[in-house]
Design a protein around this ligand. Structure first.
Ligand code: SAH
Length: 367
């Protein structure tokens, strides 16, 4: 077997890996042994997995591989944030951001190349959708960052699927990847510290509730449908009432002490007034949640502006007084374009590619 024909073991969570071994006449517990080597010891060479027999190691090397995304570049921000650009299986590049903060190491991972949802204030959406990451590409981002941290005696403590892409539109691969993040034989991160973030893919939220209890964040950004239709176009398909109903359903499976995260990007003069804050507080009154406010991070020709600090504080204070735990997400890594909404990878916008193609055809006609 050569190269790409081999099974990439980073694509399999524990049940997947057990089934893989059993289907080949091996014992299911081989999965545990191999996972410990990969995720705890950081060993990628099958011949070094010495609690397997020589025959098993040879067989694994023949049929399997441990393929990771290729690191194309790494940038270190002056605030400690690290951004990697990695090339994934389909040849495109995505970004991964590590945010160290008071003993926590939060990794922001991408789940798709680009994004199809086109939220009006997000630069990822501007580049169009260029494909799903496979599970190994998602898990690989965590493995790579974890290795860097382990070299300095630390580990990834939190993962947020808040990089490029809409995780719930790459459901199966995201599920395998989050299973591995939470599995003690892999990264062993608590389910409270692994967060899937969605722009509001309602059927995906119901599906998620059936198969996992990972933490959920919802990008709301507006307290009413008229405004949300404009900012988050998927709202036209799944309006706020349906979205919040799905959220309550998801929460009912989590247990009393866990809550949802509501993300709200503050855009100057668009959704940042006290009236919006009041409307938001009213809207969320029967949803167990905390609110994360993200002052808009500008990018070229976005057409939006960040509100000034005073109005951000006023918005936050109103929500806190209304009884909501309300965090202000401080901008990290903006000197390396690593802040929310600034991730663009290195793919070319499809529409631009198409325009160029048409222009080329035209010039050929003329010639
Ligand atoms: N598609 C998922 C995952 C992306 S998470 C989702 O929408 O939840 C990234 C978060 O940053 C989302 O809440 C997104 O709306 C927000 N965001 C996007 N662009 C931003 C920008 N320029 N400034 C601040 N926040 C932004």
């Amino acid at each position: 077997m050569t190269g790409q024909d081999k099974v990439n073991l980073f694509s399999l969570d524990r049940p997947g890996l057990e089934a893989f071994f059993v289907a080949r006449g091996e014992k299911a517990f081989r999965a545990r042994q191999v996972m410990k080597w990969i995720y705890h010891q950081g060993v990628l060479a099958f011949e070094e997995m010495t609690d397997l027999s020589k025959r098993q190691r040879a067989w694994l090397a023949e049929q399997c591989r441990l393929g990771l995304p290729e690191v194309v570049s790494r940038q270190d921000s002056r605030d400690g944030t690290i951004k990697w650009v990695v090339r994934v299986g389909n040849g495109n590049c995505v970004e991964t951001v590590l945010i160290p903060d008071r003993g926590r190491n939060t990794l922001c991972v991408s789940s798709q190349v680009g994004c199809a949802l086109d939220c009006s204030f997000c630069s990822t959406g501007k580049q169009g959708f260029n494909g799903n990451l496979d599970a190994a590409d998602i898990v690989g981002q965590v493995w790579l960052a974890d290795q860097v941290l382990r070299a300095r005696g630390e580990t990834v403590t939190n993962v947020v699927l808040m990089g490029m892409g809409e995780p719930l539109l790459n459901f199966d691969n995201v599920l395998v990847a989050t299973n591995l993040m939470m599995d003690d034989l892999a990264f062993g991160i608590s389910k409270r510290r692994v967060t899937v973030s969605t722009a509001g893919v309602v059927p995906g939220i119901y599906r998620l509730a059936e198969v996992t209890d990972v933490s959920l964040a919802v990008s709301l950004h507006a307290p009413n449908d008229a405004l949300r239709d404009e900012l988050v176009p998927i709202n036209r398909r799944y309006p706020i009432a349906e979205l919040l109903q799905a959220c309550r359903h998801y929460l009912s499976g989590l247990g009393e002490r866990r809550s949802l995260t509501i993300e709200y990007t503050l855009l100057r003069g668009v959704n940042d007034s006290l009236t919006h804050a009041r409307e938001l507080a009213q809207l969320l009154r029967d949803v167990r949640c905390k609110i994360n406010l993200i002052p808009f991070n500008p990018f070229p020709s976005s057409g939006y502006q960040r509100p000034d600090e005073a109005s951000v504080r006023t918005f936050q204070t109103y929500l806190m007084n209304a009884g909501y735990a309300t965090m202000l997400r401080t901008t990290r890594g903006d000197d390396i374009n690593a802040a929310c909404g600034q991730l663009v990878g290195q793919v070319e916008d499809r529409t631009r590619r198409r325009e160029r193609y048409i222009a080329r055809l035209r010039s050929q006609e003329v010639a």
